[in-house]
Ligand binder design. Sequence first.
Ligand code: CA
Length: 232
Amino acid sequence: MRRILIVEDESAIAELISINLRHAGFEVTIAGDAEQAQVVVDGVLPSLVVLDWMLPGQSGQALARFWRNQARTRELPIIMLTARAEEADKISGLDAGADDYLTKPFSANELLARIRAVLRRRAPDALDAAVDIGALTINPATRRVMSQGREVKIGATEFKLLHFLMTHPERVHSRTQLLDRVWGDHVFIEERTVDVHIKRLRESLGAVNCQHMIETVRGAGYRFANPQAVTV
Ligand code: CA
């Protein structure tokens, strides 16, 4: 899933960016300062952060530098925003560890293009290519699951779960791993929550006769498999 965190204290700008990113299929969280941003990042690591330089309290530059020095956030893609166009600022923004840099005012389309470029480079998994396995197709861009021309009605969590399983097929995932990868690390949910959502997912897939693609591996977890695939 593609989650973007916008760290910007000017709420009009944050909202405008957020509307455009949501429209483009991203999930968006807004933080008004470095402290709020840290809380968000401590919960679920976003796919990318759009980070304003000028924030009340700790600056965006200092926050970028801090994240680059933490093991968990070292690889976090960051695009910095600033009102200042001086070359020296641009260099210190990139020095602080930003992947790219945009000067205000900028167009929403330009930001979107930069986000996609950084994600392609840094987190290709976060891009929303459709995945086809057997009779099932999942498309994060349209948020649809299709099977032989029929749309599968599916809840938001089941969609994320199915997307993770279909992008990592044939492997056995423990409940803990699924909680980390689908619900987000640092989120404390009981493991049986996974079973509840697997059950709902199978019910949804049952409508197109694909429920058997979600296999229970006794004592280990769950696996997405394509029983129609012939092993030679
Ligand atoms: Ca600002």
